[in-house]
Design a protein around this ligand. Structure first.
Ligand SMILES: NC(=O)c1ccc[n+]([C@@H]2O[C@H](COP(=O)([O-])OP(=O)(O)OC[C@H]3O[C@@H](n4cnc5c(N)ncnc54)[C@H](OP(=O)(O)O)[C@@H]3O)[C@@H](O)[C@H]2O)c1
Length: 378
């Protein structure tokens, strides 16, 4: 596995990191029901084959991801990886909560320190809140005590907010969403790197949207390429081609994905894409851009909805409907869900309370888009 050196700590991280947000489940409807047996095999296999960076967070898998990662890293695996978790920064009311949550996280992970600690999902509002509460002093203290080795933030907002946060502290790393569909984030990559802040990429396949159920035009473009690669490999290849990217996280959900991605990253060399390949990726992007209606990545941050709407599923169905020739398949599916007598979760259940909107990293005006979804599919 190729490695890239981080600027401030000189540690060498594998180009592929394991994101513990989309682990296999025992019950597809229950995001907290991690299939621990399968997931343990997958993560340890990845580590045994060169992955040395694990990314988790307080809310992943309904709060179970950190506890599970703590178990996976027993038997000597903790020493083989750089471990990241994140401070949930939404709805914090006072600075005492920082230490309370951090201590809980160390306990859940059953570790003495974290290699990287990120302020989770920073946007204008959450940044202003935690900054006012003194989060930067808190990070300084953790570093001084050796409880974290690197401090950073993960980010979901616009360029202006990003540069403001970058300029506010001596960050080691930041985590941004960067993939061929979200290529405009290259401005952030350049800005951070110029300021000595290393960039870690999340959602390199847009949470699977750049891989699953692709439109025929895109499959044809990939099939016509000189070298045959899977859609996942093309997606990763586009990201690792950028030499400023230090590490790419993937939330792998099956052992097959782990094996394929390990193979892909064994050849992850920056600046290796030809002009012809770059041009093809631009064409692929355009096909998507012409079809996607809502930029939801199914990160689940909006959930649970107090009224029971399955927000990510609604947007996925709506986007699929648009991307795949407005097929009746998606309308029929939606209408079948909408006919349920109990526990209905379709877009028409939305009352517009907007609780979800503050939590959406993509800043989607969810309540308005739910009306569009129901108008089109209902
Ligand atoms: N800090 C933040 O705000 C934030 C936000 C989002 C993510 N993250 C972190 O970043 C990590 C990476 O983001 P992500 O999970 O969205 O990564 P991603 O690689 O964009 O998406 C992962 C999904 O892509 C599909 N996939 C991966 N490899 C594949 C392969 N070889 N073939 C076919 N499909 C493949 C799978 O979808 P299917 O399961 O549908 O097959 C998988 O669940 C997360 O796990 C999390 O740790 C952080």
């Amino acid at each position: 596995m190729n490695k890239r050196k981080l600027t401030n700590t000189n540690i060498e991280v594998s180009t592929l990191g394991f994101g513990a947000m989309r682990l296999p489940l025992l019950d597809a409807k229950d995001n907290s029901s991690i299939d621990e047996k399968k997931a343990t095999k997958m993560i340890r296999y990845a580590i045994d084959n060169g992955v040395n960076y694990i990314d988790t967070a307080y809310p992943y898998h309904g709060g179970k991801s950190e506890i599970f990662i703590g178990k996976v890293l027993k038997d000597g695996y903790r020493e083989k990886v750089y471990l990241t978790s994140k401070l949930p920064c939404w709805n914090l009311k006072n600075k005492d909560e920082f230490l309370k949550i951090f201590t809980e996280q160390l306990n859940k992970l059953d570790v003495k320190y974290l290699d990287t600690y990120l302020l989770h999902a920073m946007n204008k509002k959450s940044w202003e809140n935690v900054n006012d509460l003194g989060v930067l002093d808190f990070l300084d203290n953790l570093k001084e005590q050796g409880k974290i080795k690197q401090a950073g933030f993960s980010f979901h907002d616009d360029y202006e907010v990003f540069t403001k946060i970058i300029d506010s502290y001596n960050w080691d790393v930041c985590q941004i969403q960067f993939n061929y569909f979200d290529s405009e984030a290259e401005d952030m990559l350049n800005y951070a790197t110029d300021k000595g802040v290393d960039v870690i990429v999340m959602e390199p396949l847009r949470g699977g949207a750049l891989v699953n159920d692709l439109p025929e035009e895109i499959i044809a473009l990939f099939n016509n390429a000189t070298i045959k690669r899977s859609p996942a490999e093309w997606g990763f290849r586009w990201v690792y081609n950028h030499e400023k990217v230090k590490l790419i996280l993937s939330g792998m959900s099956t052992m097959e994905q782990v094996i394929e991605n390990l193979n892909t990253f064994n050849y992850a060399t920056a600046n290796s894409m030809t002009q012809e390949e770059k041009h093809m990726m631009e064409e692929v992007t355009q096909v998507f851009k012409d079809k996607i209606l809502v930029p939801c990545t199914s990160c689940q941050y909006c959930m649970p909805c107090p009224y029971g709407v399955n927000i990510p599923l609604m947007f996925k169905t709506y986007n699929n409907y648009s991307m795949f020739g407005k097929s009746d398949k998606y309308k029929n599916q939606y209408q079948e869900w909408a006919r349920k007598e109990e526990n209905r979760f379709t877009a028409d259940v939305c009352v517009g309370c907007r609780v979800c909107e503050d939590k959406c990293p993509q800043n989607i005006i969810i309540s308005e888009r739910m009306i569009d979804v129901d108008r089109e599919l209902g």
